[in-house]
Design a protein around this ligand. Structure first.
Ligand SMILES: NC(=O)c1ccc[n+]([C@@H]2O[C@H](COP(=O)([O-])OP(=O)(O)OC[C@H]3O[C@@H](n4cnc5c(N)ncnc54)[C@H](OP(=O)(O)O)[C@@H]3O)[C@@H](O)[C@H]2O)c1
Length: 254
């Protein structure tokens, strides 16, 4: 995730920005070097030379990396953590209370510049600093500010969301193959179907049920398929899936 964020930021070529990074496995920095990112010798050097420091290690690895960076953090810097489940309070403490901290939750489409990012800021963060950071990450997808208490709900709906979408895509690809399409062909068509439908839902403010009904000609084949989905209770199943993920997220927090 850290590599994807850095690659996306470097690609968007923000004037006035320079990018550096560190990974303990040097090969993982290689694709970034081609984008003009500088490799540093350690995490401490990244903290020393950066105004915005992005922490993107697994949650259990965060304490060690923050301990290493701590002496080089300062009031002129901001630490942005994408580590799931680490609160602003814990980040602030782990950073030795030396700099502002921001919590960020991306989802995997960030890897292709189409992510959704939730940000949670400390109470004293200025609107300029919030807007500046969200504008920077805007190159990687949709950015929104959320109270920290909403992070688990966001994770259950949007962080986990690509898994739900891929599952639905898989079902449709399977249907396509059953109807005699080549697997590759069905997958390509289904991916375009999701992208096109998502774009329509984004551009057209009409209720989603209206968009659905517009596809259903009276007595036609679409309504036959939609009736089957309604009998199976697809919307209710999706609600249950998100609520189960949210409940699990809350368990993991405590
Ligand atoms: N992937 C997602 O969908 C997603 C979504 C939202 C949030 N996140 C958050 O993003 C964070 C990273 O997740 P990920 O899936 O990208 O994990 P990952 O693939 O394991 O990436 C973490 C990287 O950090 C490196 N690393 C570990 N300890 C280090 C240290 N002390 N110094 C320098 N580098 C170190 C690891 O090196 P090695 O290669 O040597 O192990 C690895 O390359 C997690 O906290 C996760 O909660 C991920």
């Amino acid at each position: 995730m850290g590599g994807a964020i850095l690659a996306g930021l470097a690609d968007s070529l923000h004037a006035g920005y320079a990018f550096c990074g560190y990974n303990r496995t040097p090969e993982r920095m290689k694709p970034l070097l081609e984008k003009g990112v500088t490799a540093k010798a350690d995490a401490r050097a990244v903290a020393e030379d950066s105004h915005i420091v992005i922490l993107a290690v697994k949650p259990y690895q965060a304490a060690a990396v923050l301990a290493e960076m701590r002496p080089k953090l300062g009031a002129d810097k901001v630490l942005v953590s994408v580590a799931a489940g680490i609160s602003l309070k814990s980040l602030r403490e782990a950073a030795g209370d030396r700099c502002a901290v921001v919590r960020c939750m991306p989802n995997t489409p960030a890897l292709v510049g189409k992510g959704v990012f939730a940000f949670s800021f400390e109470e004293d963060a200025t609107s300029e600093s919030k807007a500046g950071l969200m504008e920077l990450f805007g190159a990687l997808g949709l950015c929104l500010e959320l109270p920290e208490a909403r992070f688990t709900a966001f994770s259950a709906l949007i962080g986990a969301g690509p898994a739900y979408v891929f599952e639905m895509m898989q079902g449709l690809v399977q249907a396509g193959v059953t109807l005699g399409f080549q697997h590759k062909e069905a997958r390509r068509m289904v991916a375009a179907l999701f992208a096109g439908s998502a774009r329509m839902a984004e551009l057209n403010p009409a209720p989603l049920m209206q968009l659905r009904d517009e596809v259903c000609s009276p007595g036609g084949l679409t309504i036959a398929g939609v009736n089957q989905l309604d009998r199976a209770g697809l919307p209710g199943l999706l609600v249950d899936a998100v609520l189960a993920a949210d409940a699990r997220g809350r368990e993991m927090e405590s």
